[in-house]
Ligand binder design. Structure first.
Ligand code: HEM
Length: 461
């Protein structure tokens, strides 16, 4: 029997919820068995079979609803958002790392959001832009040795993370502490990845990676708490994020106040560095796979920036680069799944979702729905050219939407443009290894395999 037939057999009218139907069940465990080493392909296939309908992914004891149709996404993220909280099986494993601040939900999240929102307005982020451009160039010069291959995922992550830590902590953090913090964050976000695919395994059952995860938290806390205390003693008027938060939280005294700032700093690092690094790793893969796109980018950089250093005033002119990045995060949205717990039984698009269950939104799948995207699997930045494809507002959700919408969207765009232009105005990338690159499961979807790239000095005529 085909999977679709199986699904429709499983779908029954739920009398208790009036005319609402139960969601069809999709035997996800079979897809996992079919792609044993590649849960991302299993998930992609589930998305194709669901075709925008709400389905329950049957994983044995755990059966989350997969919600991908833009109308349904809008319902969960906006229309009835308070009913869908960011907690539950997917979030719980990360809770010891991210704590109870900006990446949580409820009252604490609301308070953090109110404090952090002013730090991410276009105006405020633009005021950091000069400094960000300088920090990035420094970091690129440290990591990139022209003519020598470097690991794309690791190398780009190093540049991005160091830049973010410098922006967040200003000169309140030493190079030695940065060198301890960054690997600890890396372990923190990767060690629990296995619990994402097996979210029904309770926290008390030991899993590979648990001890490394706990060690990483100890290191992070060892580095961050003293910085937080120092910022609270003397917040000054610095633009760095920890000082700004310390000023905003000057009334939250004692260890609890320290903890709230720590949670927001760690939450923001988690939300910003892995997502940005992953998107930028894919950017290099896309440049390599689409030479005609790369040529247009080179031409735009030559025309606007030339061989001088990129400055914030160049950014508005980098129109094609923006479309390119917008398309990169469509095809490879770093936040590929957005899980929520359902508080009260609800009906979405005629289908009942039950209280206590988990709803999984997936930008990755929504961005690939044929009904809403022309040639969805093709990489084509021009689809974002003014006046081109018209689309459903909620069919493009790389930065989520509604009250939890990403705070760092503008920061990402600026950082990504600075990084790419700084590198491409001086070098041409040569990627090693051939064939299409597959997404690999981490807390975000990184390009898989050992991807290496050599930066070759440009010859200018
Ligand atoms: C390619 C880059 C990025 C992508 C794809 C991305 C994506 C997302 C997504 C999907 C969410 C929503 C999570 C949810 O609804 O559960 C989110 C939230 C968030 N992002 Fe980003 N993000 C990126 C970069 C950044 C950067 C650079 C920052 C800078 C600090 C940042 C800060 C945040 C914060 C603080 C939240 C939590 C907002 C809240 O729940 O109130 N992000 N991001």
């Amino acid at each position: 029997m085909g999977e679709r037939a199986q699904m429709s057999l499983d779908a029954v009218v739920d009398a208790a919820a009036g005319s609402a139907r139960s969601a069809a069940a999709l035997p996800f465990y079979r897809l996992l068995a079919k792609h044993p080493r590649d849960p991302v392909s299993a998930f992609e296939e589930a998305g194709r079979q669901a075709g925008g309908q709400i389905v329950r992914l049957n994983m044995g004891p755990f059966r989350p609803y997969l919600v991908t149709h833009p109308d349904h996404v809008q319902h969960v993220l906006k229309t009835n958002q308070p009913n869908y909280v960011r907690e539950g099986m997917f979030w719980d494993p990360l809770a010891p790392l991210i704590g109870g601040g900006i990446l949580s939900d409820g009252e604490n999240w609301r308070e953090s959001r109110k404090i952090l929102q002013p730090l991410f307005t276009v105006k405020y982020v633009d005021s950091l832009a000069e400094r960000m451009a300088d920090i990035l160039v420094e970091q690129i010069d440290e990591v990139v040795r022209p003519g020598e291959p470097f690991d794309i995922v690791g190398g780009i992550a190093e540049i991005v993370q160091k830049t973010i830590v410098r922006l967040f902590f200003g000169d309140k953090i030493s190079d030695e502490d940065i060198a301890r913090l960054i690997p600890a964050y890396e372990v923190g976000v990767t060690a629990t990845a296995i619990r994402l695919v097996l979210p029904f395994v309770p926290g008390y059952v030991p899993m590979p990676g648990d001890r490394a995860f706990r060690r990483s938290i100890r290191t992070i806390d060892d580095v961050i708490y003293p910085r937080v205390r120092a910022a609270r003693e003397d917040p000054g008027d610095g633009l760095d994020v920890v000082s700004a938060i310390a000023r905003a939280r000057r009334d939250d005294v004692g260890p609890e106040g320290d903890r709230r700032i720590r949670d927001d700093m760690v939450g923001m690092h988690g939300a910003s560095s892995e997502t940005t690094s992953t998107a930028l790793a894919w950017a290099w893969v896309m440049l390599d796979e689409h030479q005609e796109v790369a040529e247009r980018i080179y031409e735009e950089i030559d025309r606007t920036v030339g061989d001088g250093p990129v400055r914030p005033s160049h950014l508005p002119e980098l129109q094609y680069m923006r479309r390119f990045l917008t398309e990169v995060v469509r095809l490879y949205p770093s936040g590929w799944i957005l899980p929520r717990r359902v508080l009260e039984t609800d009906v979405i698009g005629g289908v009942t979702v039950k209280a206590g269950s988990t709803v999984v939104l997936s930008p990755y799948i929504t961005h690939r729905l044929e009904e809403f995207w022309e040639r969805p699997l093709e990489f084509d930045p021009e689809r974002f050219a003014p006046g081109r494809e018209r689309r459903h507002r909620w069919s493009y959700i790389p930065f989520s939407g509604g009250p939890h919408q990403c705070l760092g969207q503008h920061l990402f765009m600026i950082q990504a443009q600075f990084l790419l232009v700084s590198m491409l105005s001086r070098y041409r990338p040569v990627l090693h290894g051939s064939g299409p690159k597959r997404a690999r499961l981490a807390s975000t979807l990184r390009p898989g395999g050992r991807l290496q790239m050599t930066m070759v000095e440009r010859s200018r005529a």
